[in-house]
Design a binder for this molecule. Structure first.
Ligand SMILES: Nc1ncnc2c1ncn2[C@@H]1O[C@H](COP(=O)(O)OP(=O)(O)OP(=O)(O)O)[C@@H](O)[C@H]1O
Ligand SMILES: [Mg+2]
Length: 382
């Protein structure tokens, strides 16, 4: 059993504060993904966990053992890197076993047995006698995983292990990693900047920005209840639309529309919508519809101008504007929409989000349908 705990973990490189006091507990057997934009401190966090960087402040625990200043080799974690870090002059087998013989912890028979097992699991038996230059990217990545697996570590630490692979192979290896985790159930911390990888692999996902944790939650919770604008715009593709509105008497009011809000959240807790306040309305492109396509959603709708359409095959991405504000929505494929024309737009009333314009913090997530009486309200600005 292996739990990992970061306590107020901080890392400075001269003037750069790469990691600004992280608190995080990783459960035994958990697959935890850290996601965030380039430079936000993901790799630094992982390297601190591995012991490859010294900690400026704070502590790291593995189970009930503090390992903050423990040598990497004494932490029993296995790191997998983006560039595989294989030795070019060694065969697959030597790459996998390198360092095991000299460590004295394993007999030759034990090493052979472990390599055979890992090779079987990863389907790389045929590659063991080849050198890396005679392997494809995916094969090299498998060998690098093999090197991590044979050590039977207490935790896997993976830093963008799939990002050097082409799109198709990445999806295949993603499934492979999920399978390996289901088989071994080893505590895993996985770093990526790819939100699809984060959402599909993570039991919980940590969203980082600028050296800080923005939110830690299961993928669906991040998508449904983002705690702030950063998470809302980072998770989801195309990104959530953000429109400036005024919240007035339980309506989100824009020059083009008036959308009803309600004061009770799904868990029964009340929301303080105040009497009047500025807010940023967040609504995902996939929660907006052409009114003609979704008559069931009631009549609340507004008119928008079509700027550009992008056929994506399974749907049509429509770039629209209302007044000076731009937004995107998804329509059924093959919808005949002309740039320059107008569309009637409706939306899923259970999927509105409101953010504070100053702090960016979310203060409202609608969670249930608004009754049809309310939704008959129409934009009254014209
Ligand atoms: N050895 C170093 N010396 C100085 N600054 C560093 C060093 N390593 C990282 N940094 C800085 O720390 C910050 C975090 O870097 P880190 O590598 O952790 O980012 P990342 O989230 O992994 O980004 P990416 O997605 O690009 O890999 C960046 O501003 C980076 O420039
Ligand atoms: Mg990195």
């Amino acid at each position: 059993m292996t739990t990992l705990k970061l306590e107020n973990l901080r890392k400075e490189y001269g003037d750069v504060v790469a990691v600004k006091g992280l608190d995080l507990s990783i459960r035994d057997g958990e697959f935890l993904v850290i996601v965030g934009p380039s430079g936000c401190g993901k790799s630094t966090t992982l390297r601190l966990l591995a012991g490859l960087e010294t900690v400026t402040d704070g502590a790291i625990w593995m189970d009930d053992r503090e390992v903050t200043n423990t040598e990497p080799k004494d932490r029993n974690v296995a790191m997998v890197f983006q560039n595989y870090a294989l030795y070019p002059h060694m065969t697959g087998r030597r790459n996998i076993t390198f360092g095991m013989n000299s460590s004295g912890s394993y007999s030759d028979e034990e090493i052979d047995r472990r390599v055979a097992e890992a090779a079987d699991t990863l389907d790389i038996t045929d590659l063991l006698d080849r050198k890396p230059q005679a392997m494809s990217g995916g094969e090299r990545q498998r060998v690098a995983l093999g090197r991590a697996i044979v050590r039977d570590p207490d935790a896997f630490l993976m830093d963008e292990p799939l990002s050097n692979l082409d799109a198709k192979l990445r999806i295949q290896m993603r499934a492979e990693l999920a399978r390996l985790h289901a088989e071994f159930n080893t505590t895993t911390v996985y770093v990526t900047h790819d939100q699809t990888e984060a959402m599909t692999l993570g039991e919980r996902v940590v969203v980082m920005n600028d050296g800080e944790i923005m939110q830690v939650d299961p993928p669906q919770t991040l998508y449904d209840y983002p705690k702030n604008r950063f998470v809302a715009e980072f998770i989801g593709d195309p990104a959530m639309n953000m429109l400036d509105v005024v919240v007035e008497h339980d309506f989100a009011v824009h020059e083009a529309f008036r959308l009803p809000l309600h004061r009770e959240e799904a868990d029964g807790s009340g929301v303080d919508l105040g009497t009047t306040r500025d807010a940023v309305l967040g609504i995902r492109p996939e929660d907006l519809y052409l009114a003609a396509e979704r008559p069931d959603l009631g009549k609340t709708e507004f008119t928008a101008r079509v700027d550009v359409t992008e056929p994506l095959g399974d749907n049509l991405l429509v770039h629209c504007s209302v007044g000076d504000d731009l937004f995107k929505m998804q329509a059924a494929p093959r919808s005949s929409l002309e740039p320059g024309g107008t569309v009637s737009v409706t939306y899923d009333p259970a999927r509105l989000h409101l953010f504070d314009p100053e702090t960016g913090d979310a203060f409202y997530h609608s969670t249930e349908s608004v009754s049809s009486d309310e939704s008959v309200e129409r934009a009254t600005t014209d």
